[in-house]
Design a protein around this ligand. Structure first.
Ligand code: AMP
Length: 211
């Protein structure tokens, strides 16, 4: 049995064509079903539906043999014991700093005054601002980061940006591009040894599908 951990939404949808290239078709829609283990047309392949931030944990502890997760999640939550053979070039976006459109970010940073930053990405933000030599107080949030500067709780946010529409709708502007993000295949190292042939077959099919 090969178990693949995926998160619902963009990663799941953008993974389907890759699975198809490996001859795997998921038989249930996670948006419609409440099931957490989805069957596929291959009797020996199943898909687990987990939270995006839990994908590395399931793979690390062997709850899944492989999984697909964003580089943001791997950097923020660690990727210990995970083999990362492929950048799948899906769920592409960037991680950026954004502020209210009516503030002067350059001045805010230059002054040397402390900056309060609200984010889900505490580790990535801490490292980014440390490299710039800017002192930051970090406020950990789990979603809707865009609200924090609007209600005066933070000077800036660090979040994923794709089209930029969410920032725009909330009168925020992107002021720093921290890094580009895409999703990676992660594989449990023990599983790779024990189930080498079927895992390699899936990895090779994904690689060819990427072109
Ligand atoms: P957008 O309005 O297209 O810039 O998308 C921004 C919103 O979608 C923010 O709330 C982000 O946290 C989220 N987002 C953007 N790209 C991704 C991604 N690849 N994976 C997960 N969330 C994303």
């Amino acid at each position: 049995m090969i178990t693949i951990a995926l998160s619902k939404g963009r990663i799941f949808e953008e993974t389907l064509p890759l699975l198809k290239a490996a001859g795997i078709e998921v038989l249930e829609d996670p948006e419609k079903s409440r099931k957490l283990i989805l069957t596929t047309n291959q009797p020996d392949v199943r898909v687990l539906v987990v939270r995006a931030t839990d994908v590395p944990t399931y793979v690390q502890y062997g709850g899944a043999d492989m999984g697909i997760t964003g580089k943001d999640t791997l950097l923020e939550h660690g990727s210990q014991g995970l083999y990362q053979p492929l950048d799948l070039q899906i769920a592409k976006c960037r991680i950026s700093v954004a502020v209210r459109s009516d503030v002067d970010y350059a001045n805010m940073v230059k002054k040397g005054s402390r900056l309060t930053v609200a984010t889900k990405y505490v580790a990535i933000s801490r490292e980014f601002f440390a490299t710039k030599g800017v002192h930051v107080d970090l406020i950990k949030l789990y979603g809707s980061m865009e609200l924090a500067p609007l209600v005066g709780m933070a000077d800036a946010i660090v979040d994923l940006v794709s089209t930029g529409n969410t920032l725009k709708a909330n009168h925020l502007v992107e002021v720093e591009h921290i890094m580009d993000i895409s999703s990676r295949l992660v594989v449990n190292q023990a599983a790779l040894k024990l189930k080498q042939a079927p895992i390699r077959r899936i990895m090779d099919a994904f690689e060819s599908a990427l072109g």
